[in-house]
Design a binder for this molecule. Structure first.
Ligand SMILES: Nc1ncnc2c1ncn2[C@@H]1O[C@H](COP(=O)(O)OP(=O)(O)OP(=O)(O)O)[C@@H](O)[C@H]1O
Ligand SMILES: [Mg+2]
Length: 508
């Protein structure tokens, strides 16, 4: 008898419905899987056989053929163990076959029949729900992640036997419908690292507020030990909590990357990713035969921090140009397209030259002109052009460092500013942050008067700005006006934004 069960696979973070068919016919015992199965699917034979026998069920005798379809999609992952076992047993008559068509099933099996957690459950559930599947059996350890999708009946099972009992009508497994995580459950990053520790550096802290308010990229250029890394690590503490849609998107990425575990079953906190300088292209933007997300996608909805930016391999860095503009990574493999979201706040830090003191008022730079030229080339022009905020930092004065002069602003106060600015921007009914505005939207939302137009025109001509630079300046000006809660973008806002773009003295 032939038995068919529904399950899914994921490509990128897109879940796709597939089916598993089993047929047991007379002949010498054999086990064949057809339908573009990957190694982990082919290896399921041994796991399924032991799990069935150790759970006390008869292992079917004869020629077993497992067909995975549609046949043109590559199938991989160990989550097909449980549906394969169920389809075999139902082909054998151990389960009432009528029940099966209502369900989609996922789960890896251990040799004793325990159902183990799997990767990519959330994208697969979303993919199936588009095809109006209403009941899904999943490993019980994946329940938190699966429950991010509501309107679908989820049945968590912890063993093959429990799954069969449920399908046979014995109510051992419990079905769940309700979303168990809501907006309020997301975690604030505040409390870990606080901006209170950063004394002085008022301009850098202001630009951190602007970056967090509008989602703008920020590069900090400055001498060693002036506090660049310190500031970057504290930026997540002033960003608002993630909403439920952001939690879902971020969790999907971590799920397909295999980065969810016992301690982190759902990503509720904005990510902060700080890849090291030796990272490869695949590590940074994603890659592999079956692509997995890279750091730029793992930072989605959070912060991607490239410290000591000039030490990264140029060829690797050039690859982030497109993703930071499109907020998406697209990878093509064997005729199929995989896409991963990549919308993060990009923060970069670097010294201005090899010795680190170029442009510093207290130290003499010891670098030769050719050394400086070589170093400057490392900071690729096209990348720099895509960064909205560029600041040059200097060492803090002694009185500021010891906190004797002024109380430094902490994450709590800075976050208030960010939240107010974001709230103000929301009133314009814009559905993206300022950094992602389209050109036509920028002019609409800035609401310039005649004087402002004249001012922008003069700046465009006298600084020979690129059209991209100009648009970025206007976006930053809009965010500064939001911080000041001003409906109109005024000359003072534009001139502050200009200050963040005109290449700093150290790089001139
Ligand atoms: N503004 C500041 N307030 C308080 N401490 C500071 C400040 N700036 C630097 N420090 C101290 O100096 C240390 C080094 O700072 P940090 O690592 O951020 O420097 P950096 O600019 O990243 O240097 P490098 O260019 O060498 O990477 C910090 O751990 C902190 O103890
Ligand atoms: Mg540093």
């Amino acid at each position: 008898m032939i038995c068919r069960i529904e399950t899914a696979i994921y490509e990128g973070i897109l879940g796709k419905r597939i089916w598993i068919e089993s047929d047991i016919s007379n002949g010498l015992p054999s086990f064949n899987i057809v339908g573009l199965a990957g190694t982990s699917v082919k290896e399921s034979h041994e796991r399924v056989k032991s799990a069935i026998i150790n759970s006390g069920f008869p292992y079917p005798r004869g020629r077993i053929t497992i067909n995975l379809f549609p046949a043109n999609i590559n199938k991989r992952g160990s989550h097909m163990d449980l549906p394969i076992a169920i389809s075999l047993l139902s082909a054998e008559g151990a389960i009432d076959i009528k029940n099966l068509k209502d369900f989609a099933i996922f789960g890896e099996l251990s040799l004793d029949g325990t159902v183990l957690p799997i990767c990519g459950i959330l994208p697969m559930i979303y993919g199936l729900s588009k095809n109006s599947v209403k009941k899904i059996i999943i490993p019980s350890e994946n329940i938190e992640e699966a429950m991010l999708k509501d309107d679908i009946e989820i049945i968590p099972v912890s063993s093959l036997k429990e799954c069969i009992d449920y399908l046979n009508g014995k109510p051992t497994a419990k079905s769940l419908y309700k979303k168990i995580i809501k907006d309020e459950d997301s975690i604030e990053t505040i409390g870990t690292l606080d901006f209170k520790d950063v004394n002085g550096q008022i301009a850098a802290k202001r630009s951190a507020c602007i970056a967090a308010s509008g989602g703008h990229g920020l590069i900090m250029i400055g001498p060693p030990g002036c506090g660049k890394t310190m500031i970057a690590k504290r930026i997540p503490s002033i960003m608002p909590k993630m909403n439920i849609d952001e939690i879902i998107e971020t969790t999907m990425i971590y799920s397909v990357a295999g980065k969810l575990n016992e301690d982190k079953k759902v990503i509720k906190e904005r990510p902060f990713r700080m890849p090291y300088q030796g990272i490869t292209t695949a590590g940074l933007i994603g890659g592999g035969l079956f692509p997995v997300p890279g750091e730029i996608s793992l930072a989605h909805n959070g912060v991607l921090f490239l410290d000591e930016f000039c030490e990264f391999d140029r060829k690797v860095i050039e690859k982030i140009r497109k993703p930071i503009e499109d907020h998406e990574v697209i990878l093509n493999r064997r005729g199929r397209t995989y896409s991963f979201p990549a919308k993060s706040t990009l923060i970069m830090a670097t010294n201005p030259c090899p010795c680190g003191y170029r442009g510093d008022s207290k130290h003499r730079c010891k670098c030769s002109t050719s050394e400086i030229e070589r170093y400057k080339k490392k900071l690729s022009g096209p990348i720099l052009d895509r960064i909205d905020l560029q600041i040059y930092m200097e060492r803090v004065e002694f009185n500021e460092l010891t906190g004797r002069e002024k109380q430094s602003m902490g994450s709590f106060e800075m976050k208030e500013i960010v939240l107010r600015a974001r709230e103000f921007a929301k009133k314009r009914n814009q559905n993206t942050n300022n950094a992602s505005l389209k050109n036509e939207e920028i002019l609409k939302y800035c609401d310039f008067g005649k004087e402002e137009y004249e001012f922008i025109k003069k700046a465009y001509e006298s600084f020979s700005l690129s059209p991209r630079s100009l648009m970025k300046i206007l976006k930053v000006a809009r965010t500064i006006a939001d911080i000041e809660e001003s409906k109109k973008v005024k000359i003072e806002h534009i001139s502050e934004a200009l200050n963040y773009r005109i290449t700093s003295k150290a790089f001139a």
